[in-house]
Design a protein around this ligand. Structure first.
Ligand SMILES: [Zn+2]
Length: 320
């Protein structure tokens, strides 16, 4: 499915009596299976749906005018679009490797309403991420390593859980964490423009417990799993490459949050350095096209995986 055909699916929808284009997109997002599994060479990876959030469509598409973006991602009456909080789970010899952790369950009703969060467990856990792990036959104890692309609340919120007495502890009791070097300092020295995205309980208790390794660009965190610096959304943002037997999957994080963001100038208004994002995208998409990478989209409401090709107007997402 190309980005264009994704847009057509969402925007055209069925007859008007079945609801608006935004409602059609909401239904498609809600219908996503909890887990989508692929092989990357000898490794098995799962796209894990850790719930939905709803963010302002204008903020999601930066300088792109609404008449263009709403064809691909129709907005609800509050101008919000549904966004997945999709994690990548890699079955590895060392144990499970989890890339990003969704939003978690520490935030209250006002916060959850503001961001349209829908990630509660349907099966007695605390979040949908717990449900997905259970559906795969795993427990939180089976996660050996968590890699965070960056520390925004919708990517790192599930790192920790709050006990009834208010204490915050790691959500994965046997895991260590990998942050891109620099991101923790950036998160703990936020300013008026950046602070709303950074919530200390998501990462400070982990650092204070000595559970975090801060890594450089290109670090191989376990065999076949490598981080790739892709700055712009935040100055230290990293994507994650899974490589095995000549196959490559790239978990993009917020470099390219949805298939609609594949065209180079379609960059989020949230990005702190959008022109840096542009160059990060240019480099990654060129490699992805040339080497046939599978791309994993963290926030696309309906498409977990795609490849990238070049159409008349530049890069576009291609269905697998
Ligand atoms: Zn982010």
């Amino acid at each position: 499915m190309s980005a264009a055909s994704l847009g057509a699916t969402a925007a055209a929808g069925p007859a008007p009596s079945a609801g608006t284009a935004a409602e059609t997109l909401e239904r498609a997002a809600a219908a996503r299976p909890l887990v989508t599994t692929r092989r990357v060479g000898r490794l098995v990876v799962h796209a894990v749906e850790a719930g939905l959030q709803r963010l302002d469509g204008g903020a999601m598409f930066g300088v792109v005018p609404k008449p263009l973006w709403e064809r691909k991602m129709p907005a609800d009456p509050r101008n919000r679009i549904p966004l997945a909080m999709r994690c990548l789970l890699i079955e590895h010899d060392v144990g499970l490797v989890l890339v990003d952790t969704g939003l978690g369950a520490k935030e209250g009703g006002k916060f959850r309403d503001l961001y349209g969060v829908e990630n509660a467990s349907d099966a007695g856990g605390s979040t949908r991420l717990d449900d997905a792990l259970a559906a795969l036959g795993h427990r939180a104890e089976d996660v050996a390593l968590v890699v965070n692309t960056h520390l925004h609340f919708d990517h790192a919120g599930g790192n920790t859980v709050r006990e009834v007495d208010g204490a915050v502890r790691p959500a994965f009791p046997r895991a260590r964490w990998v942050f891109p070097r620099g991101e923790y300092g950036y998160a703990t020295h936020a300013n008026e423009r950046t602070q709303a995205s950074y919530l200390a309980p998501n990462y400070v208790p982990l650092m204070e417990a000595g559970l975090v390794d801060e890594v450089e660009d290109g670090a191989e965190v376990v065999a076949g799993v490598r981080v790739l610096r892709t700055p712009g959304h935040t100055p230290h943002h990293q994507s994650v490459l899974v490589e095995s037997d000549g196959e490559v999957l790239c978990f993009l994080g917020d470099l390219v949050p949805t298939t609609a963001h594949v065209p180079l100038p379609w960059i989020m208004g949230y990005d702190v350095e959008p022109l840096v994002t542009l160059e990060s995208k240019r480099g990654v998409l060129a490699r992805a096209e040339a080497e046939g990478w599978v791309l994993a989209f963290e926030h696309d409401p309906v498409v977990p995986f795609a490849r990238v090709g070049r159409g008349e107007k530049g890069y576009e997402a291609i269905g697998l």
